[in-house]
Design a protein around this ligand. Structure first.
Ligand SMILES: O=P(O)(O)OC[C@H]1O[C@H](O[C@H]2O[C@H](CO)[C@@H](O)[C@H](O)[C@H]2O)[C@H](O)[C@@H](O)[C@@H]1O
Length: 383
C-alpha cells in the first residue's frame, strides 16, 4: 500500500497556474482558476516561505507517516475504505473490488460503452507495465508486455505518462509508435496539433526518431538548473545513507528509500526537507517508496492527459473514451480528470486495497497485459 493522503509540510505550497490558454488548451480544460497567480510569459511568482517553527520536522509534518503508509498494515487500509475487515487477505481484496471492479471481469461492460467511440490509451510505466523491483535501473518490461503495448498502439492512440525522465522511459519501452510524457507530464513529446499555438516558449517543434514532426512541451523548463543543483546536493547529502538513491529526471528529482533501513527513514526525509527549505519554488510529493521533488507549477499527469487529448484532436468530443492505467499516487491526478464529467475510465493497478479516483482495478502488470490484449482482440473482431 502506498501513501494516500496529502500531508502538510512547511514547504508545500499550492501549485502555480500555468497560462494554458497560450498552450492552445481549451478553457474548459482548465482545472484551476486562472486568477490569483501572477504568472505571465513563463514567470513564476515567489512563494512565501513559511517560518520554520518547532513543527518544522519530518516527524511532525506528516512526511514520515506518508513514507510509512507505503506499506501499512492491511487492517488500517480496510478501515480507510469503510470496508469490514474480512477473514483473510483474499476476502479483503474481494470486498475492496466491489468498489473497484476488475477491468478484466468488467470487460464486456467497458467494451459495450466503448462501442462507436474512439479509445485513447494512457499508460503509466513503473508498477503498471513493469513490476516494482528494488533497483529502478532494472525495472524492465517483458517482451510480451512490449508486444501487447505495440499492438494496442496499432489500434488506438497510445501514450506513456511516467514519473521518470522522458528519455529514460523511452529507453525502457523502446516503441516508436507511442507518445511519451516524462516527469509526471512535465516533458511531453506529442503530435503536432493544428489547433495548437506554436509560439509558446514551452512548446518546441522537433522531429522524433523516425523524422516525424512532433511537439515537445516542457512547462517547467526554467527549473532545469534548479533541479540539477538540488539533485547534486541530494546526492552529496544522502551519500552516507545506505540504500538511498537519487535520480535526476531533468524537471524533477526522485529520492528512493525502498532499500534504506526503516530506522534511517527519518534521516533521509529530514535531509530532503532541509534542502527544500532553501527552494520555495519546489515541492514534495510521495510515490512508491520515493520522495519526488518537483516544481510548484500547476501541471501533473491529469494535465498531461488533457494536453495529449487536445493535441490528438480528441478533446471536447462525446465519441472519445480515454482509458488511463496506473498504480501510483501521481496517477490519481489523471484518474480524477477522467472521472470528472464521466469522460473515461481510470484503472488502478493494485494488489492491495487502496483508495482511488479510478473506476476499475487490475491486480498487477500481468493483468494489465491481459487487459491490453483483450482491448486489441475486441477492436479486431467485435467492435
Ligand atoms: O510514473 P511511473 O512511471 O510509475 O514512475 C514513478 C517512479 O517509478 C520508479 O520508481 C518506482 O519503481 C522502481 C522500480 O520498480 C522502484 O524501485 C521504486 O520504489 C518505485 O517508486 C522510478 O525510479 C521513479 O523515478 C519514478 O518516479
Amino acid at each position: 500500500m502506498e501513501s494516500k493522503s496529502n500531508h502538510s509540510s512547511p514547504v508545500l505550497t499550492d501549485p502555480i497556474p500555468i497560462n494554458k490558454s497560450r498552450l492552445g488548451i481549451h478553457s474548459n480544460l482548465l482545472s484551476y482558476p486562472q486568477s490569483g497567480g501572477s504568472l505571465t510569459s513563463g514567470k513564476y511568482m515567489t512563494i512565501p516561505r513559511k517560518k520554520p517553527g518547532k513543527l518544522d520536522d519530518v516527524r511532525s509534518n506528516g512526511w514520515l507517516d506518508a513514507m510509512k503508509s507505503s506499506s501499512p498494515p492491511r487492517k488500517k487500509l480496510i478501515k480507510d475504505f469503510n470496508i469490514e475487515v474480512a477473514a483473510d487477505d483474499t476476502d479483503i481484496y474481494y470486498s475492496w473490488m466491489i468498489k473497484y471492479p476488475s477491468a478484466l471481469k468488467s470487460f464486456k461492460q467497458i467494451s459495450k460503452n466503448a462501442k462507436n467511440k474512439k479509445i485513447a490509451v494512457f499508460l503509466d510505466y513503473d508498477g503498471t507495465l513493469s513490476p516494482i523491483v528494488d533497483d529502478p535501473d532494472r525495472a524492465f518490461m517483458s517482451d510480451a508486455m512490449r508486444s501487447a503495448v505495440r499492438n494496442v498502439a496499432k489500434y488506438f492512440p497510445t501514450a506513456i505518462i511516467s514519473g521518470r525522465s522522458r528519455d529514460k522511459v523511452y529507453e525502457l519501452v523502446g516503441l516508436t509508435e507511442l507518445y511519451y510524457a516524462g516527469c509526471h507530464g512535465m516533458d511531453i513529446m506529442g503530435p503536432v496539433s493544428p489547433t495548437e499555438s506554436d509560439d509558446h516558449p514551452n512548446c518546441i517543434r522537433s522531429t522524433d526518431q523516425q523524422g516525424k514532426e512532433v511537439n515537445i512541451f516542457q512547462p517547467a523548463r526554467e527549473f532545469i538548473t534548479m533541479i540539477d543543483e538540488v539533485f547534486k546536493t541530494l546526492v552529496e547529502n544522502t551519500k552516507d545513507i545506505k540504500g538511498a538513491k537519487v535520480e535526476n529526471h531533468k524537471f524533477c528529482a526522485t529520492v528512493h528509500y525502498r532499500n534504506v533501513e526503516e530506522k534511517n527513514w527519518p534521516t533521509i526525509a529530514q535531509c530532503v526537507h532541509d534542502i527544500l527549505k532553501d527552494y520555495p519554488r519546489l515541492r514534495l510529493t510521495h510515490g512508491r517508496k520515493v520522495l519526488d521533488i518537483r516544481p510548484v507549477i500547476d501541471w501533473n499527469k491529469g494535465e498531461a492527459v488533457e494536453f495529449l487529448l487536445e493535441s490528438l484532436g480528441l478533446s471536447d468530443r462525446d465519441d472519445v473514451l480515454p482509458i488511463y492505467i496506473g498504480d501510483d499516487k501521481t496517477d490519481e491526478d489523471a484518474f480524477k480528470v477522467l472521472r470528472e464529467g464521466n469522460r473515461g475510465y481510470g484503472i488502478l493497478v493494485s494488489s492491495v486495497p487502496k483508495d482511488s479516483k479510478a473506476l476499475y482495478s487490475l491486480r498487477d502488470p500481468s493483468e494489465v497485459k491481459k487487459f491490453l490484449k483483450a482491448l486489441v482482440r475486441w477492436k479486431k473482431f467485435e467492435a
